[in-house]
Each structure stands twice: as C-alpha cells, then as structure tokens.
Design a binder for this molecule. Structure first.
Ligand code: ATP
Ligand code: MG
Length: 438
C-alpha cells in the first residue's frame, strides 16, 4: 500500500480527552474515531489490526475443537424472560420494540440464544460434546464508557459455549477453552494471566479471568510472580493434555480483588514471590452446569436413557478490547510497537527524499518486488525526513526499510527494528533475495 493512496489520518497532538496511552495512540494513529459516547468507528488501520486479532482468536478456537457459527445481534426478549435475566440484566441492556410492539434487544451476550439452539439440536448424548463459538458485536449500555475501546458500549467479542452430557466432560471442555486462551494470548504477544474469579451464587462453578498486567488496568490483582515464567508446549493434544496443563497453571495463587483474602495470599505465596498490580481483563471462562439449560429446557438423553439438562459453560474474549490491551503492553514514548502477529503491515518502506528521482525509482522497484510477497506500507509522500520517521515509529510496524540519497551510491538500505531501535545496513541486492520467486 502506498501511503499517498492509503487513509491514515494521524494526529500530531495528544488528544486532550484521552486519559490512557492506548486510547491516545489509537486516536493519534488514526485507528478509531468516536461516533458517539462509547461507540467507535474503526478506521482502516484500526480495522486491519482488529481483523488480525479476530483471525488468531478464531484459529485457536478451531484448534481446540470449537465450531464457528454466527448468531444475530438482535434478540427477542422472550428467551431472556425464561432465563430470568431480562430483569436482572438491568440498564446495561439496550431494549427496543419492533413495529409490531414486540420486545427485542441488542445482545449483550448470547447464553440464552445458544442454549435455545442446543435445545433444538442436541437431544441425544450422540450429538455431544460440542463447543460452538461466534465472533459478533455486542452492546452494553455501560454507565461510564471510558478509555476508548477498552470499556465502550459497542464492542467485538468472541463467545464460545460448551455442551456436554456429564459434569466431567463439561470440565474437559472448560479446560480446552482455558488452554486455547493461553495459546491465543501467547500468539498475540501477550502475557495474560489466568486468575480465579468470582463464580457467582451457584455452587460448583468454575471461573477464571485472563488478565494482562498494566498499570492502567481496571482490576487490582494479587499474583504469585512465578506464574510469569510459565510456558505452554508448542504441540498440544487438547483431548489428552488439557487437564494436566491447566492444573499446572492453576496451582499458583493469583486472584483479582473480588477474591482476594489477605490471609490466604500471605500464607500461600512467599513474600519474595508476591506481586500486587493492576490488570486488564481480556477473557473470561465460566463453567455453570445447568444454569441456563434447566430454565430453557435444553435436555439430553444420556447413555442409560435418562433425560437431564445439558452441562454448559461460556467463554468470552474481548476482541476489540484486546487492540487496546496490546498497545498498553507494547509501546514506548515514540508510539505503538505491534507484535509481528497483529501488525497490519509486515514492513514499512520509507523513501526519505521524494525529490531524488533515482531514489524514487529504486524505492518503487523495491516496493514492487516486496508487495507480492508481504504486506507493506510505502511512504512515498513528500513529507520531511523527520515527519516520515516519526510517523512510522508512531504507527509501530515491526520492521522499517529506510532509503536515503546515499542508498543510490552505496546500493544499500537500512533495516530498522521498531522494538529495539537497532539498525542493520544491507545491500539492496541481498535484501531483495528473500523476496525473489522460489
Ligand atoms: P468487565 O468486568 O470488564 O465489565 P465482564 O465480566 O462484564 O467484563 P464478560 O461478560 O465476561 O465481561 O465479557 C467477555 C469479555 O468481553 C471481557 O473479558 C472483556 O474482555 C470484554 N468486554 C466486556 N465488557 C466490555 C466493554 N464494555 N467494552 C469492551 N470490552 C468488553
Ligand atoms: Mg461488564
């Protein structure tokens, strides 16, 4: 993509009303624009990052055995009345009426709708287990939307739902999702720590929040630092390995403030391993048994011919919140530093002098060669050197290929790593070899 043809409305000034760095940087890099309170337009650069994250989330769901479908954003109020949540959900739910005066709502989540689906299709143990997911916009009329897309009204969520015959199988599904979250966040370049979360009033519930450590996070967390050194194997057999891996991760006493008890923390975590910080909730896994299947009559016949409520869980990831969380975790005073996996462009190509015809010709040639092999943003504008370099640092593409007047004579270019700032000089010829046809 040539910058002269792209739509990247960057700002030089730090916007006054943006409090946290990710919000400031998303506005400055022209990723988003507020449409109305808590509702955002995703401009091309922001949209491209969002889609990259969405795709990684999707792939790791599929790897863990989940199946994608798509449910509508608008739901009928009837199902919510049956589950009892129509009243409980309160003012966060956007309620509407259609032209026939029927009550409808913009879905804040989809437990009711998916449970209704399960009640129609999963009648025998033979059709289970199943994990279904979709990636869809949600609306929650948050009382205080803030921090840009971090806490807004309309946001993109990946939500999965597991359906099993027995509690034991249900826990296996929970562990599969838990593990797929560890994988997902790792691929996104994030350290997201699973923490025991409040599991609500129903006994036997199991729940973990996945939290990215950041000073600007809304949750206070108390962790055993040793969890930061944990890794996950590259090759995973979800069926066989999930329980084992999850039990290793959940050995550590790491909790959010809802669950925090000073005595337990101090007795379970040695002083040198304690870390109190703030964090951003990017995901939530929840096993709730028959909480929704019972009131919505989603029953299954087990192997012995006994009919009983399906065992179920739900698993959310804040896809759009992740865009901001990644920036909070990966930036410096110059701007964003995208992890390779989510950057919309693999390379930035910068022609420092657009008046030097020979140089422009060389850059154009390099651009053409690279374009077919990778995603590249080519600054072919006539802006000043300083402006060009600053803009590329601001938008955070991992590798910058820089050519100036001297590049002609020396037949060389500079490869700058955005994260470390290190610059490597290479001959144009050697650099282009990696983009030659195989
Ligand atoms: P929170 O405590 O932050 O309000 P929640 O418990 O209401 O989150 P869930 O219902 O579990 O969130 O939703 C799943 C995920 O969706 C969350 O982990 C979070 O990443 C994201 N999310 C929830 N509310 C918002 C919001 N208002 N704006 C952006 N993302 C959100
Ligand atoms: Mg909430």
């Amino acid at each position: 993509m040539r910058l002269t043809e792209y739509f990247l409305p960057t700002l030089k000034e730090v916007p006054k009303d943006a409090e946290i760095v990710s919000h400031q940087l998303m506005l400055r890099t022209g990723m988003i624009r507020q449409s109305s309170s808590g509702i955002y337009i995703w401009l091309p650069f922001g949209h491209a990052v969002l889609k990259k994250i969405e795709q990684i989330v999707r792939e790791e769901q599929v790897n863990a055995g989940a199946i994608e479908l798509l449910m509508p954003t608008i739901q009928s109020a009837d199902l919510w009345k049956k589950s009892g949540r129509y009243d409980d959900y309160g003012a966060e739910m956007l309620r509407m009426k259609d032209r026939h005066n029927r009550e409808i709502l913009y879905g804040p989540t989809n437990e009711e709708q998916i449970t209704d689906i399960s009640s129609h299709y999963f009648k025998s143990y033979k059709s289970l287990p199943k994990i279904l997911f979709h990636i869809q916009w949600k609306f929650r009329d948050e009382v205080r939307p803030r921090f840009g897309v971090m806490r807004c009204k309309e946001f993109l969520m990946k939500d999965s739902y597991s359906f099993d015959v027995t509690e034991e199988d249900g826990k296996l599904s929970y562990n599969k999702m838990f593990l797929s979250y560890l994988k997902t966040f790792q691929r996104l370049g994030l350290k997201a720590i699973p923490m025991a979360a409040e599991s609500g009033p129903i006994g036997g519930n199991l729940s973990h929040e996945f939290i990215v450590l950041a000073n600007t996070g809304e949750s206070k967390v108390y962790i055993d630092k040793r969890i930061l050194d944990m890794n996950i194997p590259d090759e995973i057999d979800y069926q066989k390995d999930s329980e084992n891996i999850v039990s290793k991760w959940t050995e550590f006493y790491t909790v959010t403030d809802d669950m925090y008890e000073q005595d337990s923390y101090e007795s379970k975590v040695e002083e040198k391993n304690r870390l109190e910080m703030r964090g951003i909730e990017v995901g939530h896994v929840f096993y709730f048994g028959d909480k929704y299947t019972k009131p919505l009559n989603a029953n299954v016949q087990d192997k012995d011919g006994v009919t009983k409520p399906i065992q179920s869980g739900s698993y959310g990831i804040g896809v759009s919140r992740l865009v901001a969380a990644i920036i909070e975790a990966s930036h410096d005073d110059k701007g964003i530093i995208w992890p390779k996996s989510v950057s919309p462009f693999d390379y930035a190509l910068i022609c420092l002098n657009s008046k030097n015809e020979e140089l422009v010709e060389l850059c154009d040639m390099i651009y053409k060669k690279m374009k077919s092999k990778c995603a590249i943003l080519y600054d072919d504008t006539s802006s000043s050197i300083g402006e060009k370099l600053n803009k590329m640092d601001l938008i955070g593409i991992p590798k910058q290929i820089i050519l100036g007047n001297k590049s002609i004579e020396r037949k060389s270019l500079e490869i700058k790593d955005r994260k470390t700032g290190t610059v490597e000089v290479q001959s144009v010829e050697a650099f282009l070899e990696i983009f030659e046809n195989d």
